[in-house]
Design a protein around this ligand. Structure first.
Ligand code: PMP
Length: 410
C-alpha cells in the first residue's frame, strides 16, 4: 500500500497547457484519459520543433534534413523499444495505433494459415478493435471466434480460459487493462498457460502503457499493441511489438514504397522487419511526439505513475460510492484507474452532459466494448478515467457534480 503522493501533481499539471482552460466557466476537470490523454508541452514542442527544424521525408534522402528526420524517426523507435523492454528496436513496428496493430497481425500473421474449424480466443472484455478484426477473419476462413467468460466483478474466468486452450486455438488475443472496467488481466500467467499449448498470444496494451511499466519479455507474449494518444503522445501513431521470428515470417500488410527491397513488374522482394510493415511515408512527426511522450513518462517514472493513480482510484472508489445511486461497474481486485458507473436510472449520456456543465469531462456509452455493457444488462455506463494530472480535488468536484445530477432527477 502506498502511503504518500508519488508525483508532484501540481508540477505535472503545469506541464499540460490545456488544463489551464475553462469549460462552461469552470476549470476543466479532465477525466477521460482512457479515451485520449492530454499532451504535455514537451510533446507539443517536440512536434513543433520537428516541423520547424528537421522536416523532410525519411530513409530516402542523402540531404541533411532527410538524414536528420530519419535519425529522429529511428531514435523514437529506440525509445519505444526501451520503454517496453523489447529485445530489439527492430521488433517495434510503427502503425497508426492499437487498431491497426491488431489488424496487421490478423492479416499478416494469422490469416495465411487459418483454416475452417480453427479457433481464435478472445475475452469478454475486449475493445471492438480486438473483436471485429477476428470476426472478419472468421467470416473469410470458417474459423471460429471463442470468448473467455468473466465474472460479475469483471475478472476473467481463468479456469474456463485454461479449458479453452486446445490445439484448435491458433491465437489468443487479450486485453491487458480493460478500458471499460479497469480490470488488469494476469497477462504473464495467461501467456504461460498459452505457451504450454504452443498458442501465440497477442496483448492489447492500449490502456496499459500509459499507466504501468510494461515489459514484453517478462509478460512472455508474442505481440503487444498500443497507441500514442493514450500515453500522452500524438494521435495517428502507435506500435506493434512482435517477436522478430514472427515478424520476419509474416507477409507484408500493405504494399508500397519503403517496404520493398527490389521491384520489377514480375515480382518484388521486401525489406526486413520492421520496414516491411511500414509502407509509404509514415507519420514521422507522430513518432517524434511519441518519443517525447516516452521521455516524459520515463521522467515521471512508471512506478510513480502507477502508484499515484492507484491512490486516486482508491480515493475515487470510496468517494463516489457515497453518492446516492452510484454503482461501480467493474470491481476487479486488480484494477487500474477506470471508474465505470451508473447513477440511479439516469441515462449515462444525461450524466455526462450534466457534469460537463461543471467543467467535468467523462465518457459515456459503450466505450467501444458493447459486449461488456450487455454483460451487465446496461445500455451504457458513464466512465471517469484517471491520468497523471488528476487530483483528489477533481474527484471531489466529480462527486459534487454527480450529487447535483441525482438531485435534479429526484
Ligand atoms: N484497445 C483498448 C483497450 C482501448 O482502450 C482502445 C482505445 N479506446 C483501443 C484498443 C483502440 O485504440 P486506437 O483507437 O488508438 O486504435
Amino acid at each position: 500500500m502506498t502511503t504518500g503522493p508519488t508525483l508532484d501533481v501540481e508540477k505535472v499539471r503545469a506541464d499540460f497547457p490545456i488544463l489551464q482552460r475553462t469549460v462552461h466557466g469552470k476549470p476543466l476537470v479532465y477525466l477521460d484519459t482512457a479515451a485520449s490523454a492530454q499532451r504535455p508541452l514537451a510533446v507539443i514542442e517536440a512536434i513543433d520543433g520537428f516541423y520547424r527544424n528537421h522536416n523532410a521525408n525519411i530513409h530516402r534522402g542523402v540531404h541533411t534534413l532527410s538524414q536528420e528526420a530519419t535519425e529522429d524517426y529511428e531514435q523514437a523507435r529506440l525509445k519505444i523499444s526501451g520503454f517496453i523492454n523489447a529485445p530489439s528496436e527492430q521488433e517495434c513496428v510503427f502503425t497508426r495505433g492499437t487498431t491497426e496493430s491488431i489488424n496487421l497481425v490478423a492479416h499478416s500473421f494469422l490469416r495465411p494459415h487459418l483454416q475452417a474449424g480453427d479457433e481464435i480466443l478472445i475475452s469478454w472484455m475486449e475493445h471492438h478493435s480486438n473483436i471485429v478484426p477476428w470476426q472478419l477473419l472468421c467470416e473469410e476462413t470458417g474459423a471460429v471466434l471463442k470468448v473467455v467468460p468473466m465474472n460479475q466483478h469483471g475478472e476473467l474466468e481463468m479456469d474456463a480460459l485454461e479449458e479453452m486452450l486446445t490445439e484448435r486455438v491458433k491465437l489468443l488475443a487479450v486485453v491487458h487493462i480493460s478500458n471499460a472496467l479497469g480490470t488488469i488481466n494476469p497477462v504473464a500467467e495467461i501467456c504461460t498457460l498459452a505457451k504450454q499449448h504452443g498458442i501465440p498470444v497477442l496483448v492489447d496494451g492500449a490502456q496499459a502503457t500509459p499507466h504501468q511499466a510494461v515489459d514484453v519479455q517478462a509478460l512472455g507474449c508474442d505481440f503487444y499493441c498500443f497507441s500514442g494518444h493514450k500515453m500522452y503522445g500524438p494521435t495517428g501513431i502507435g506500435v506493434l511489438w512482435g517477436r522478430y521470428e514472427h515478424l520476419q515470417a509474416m507477409r507484408p500488410y500493405q504494399g508500397g514504397g519503403e517496404m520493398i527491397r527490389h521491384v520489377t513488374f514480375e515480382a518484388s522482394t521486401f525489406n526486413d522487419a520492421p520496414g516491411k510493415f511500414e509502407a509509404g511515408t509514415p507519420n514521422i512527426a507522430g513518432t517524434v511526439g511519441l518519443g517525447a511522450a516516452v521521455d516524459y513518462l520515463e521522467g515521471l517514472g512508471m512506478e510513480n505513475v502507477a502508484a499515484w493513480e492507484a491512490q486516486l482510484l482508491a480515493y475515487g472508489t470510496e468517494k463516489l460510492s457515497q453518492v446516492d445511486g452510484f454503482r461501480m461497474i467493474g470491481t476487479a481486485t486488480n484494477k487500474a484507474g477506470v471508474m465505470s458507473f451508473v447513477l440511479g436510472d439516469i441515462h449515462a449520456n444525461d450524466v455526462g452532459t450534466l457534469v460537463d456543465l461543471h467543467g467535468v469531462a467523462i465518457r459515456t456509452g459503450h466505450h467501444c466494448a458493447m459486449p461488456v455493457v450487455q454483460f451487465f444488462g446496461l445500455p451504457a455506463t458513464a466512465r471517469a478515467s484517471l491520468g497523471v494530472y488528476n487530483t483528489f480535488e477533481e474527484i471531489d468536484i466529480l462527486a459534487e457534480a454527480l450529487e447535483k445530477t441525482i438531485d435534479m432527477f429526484a
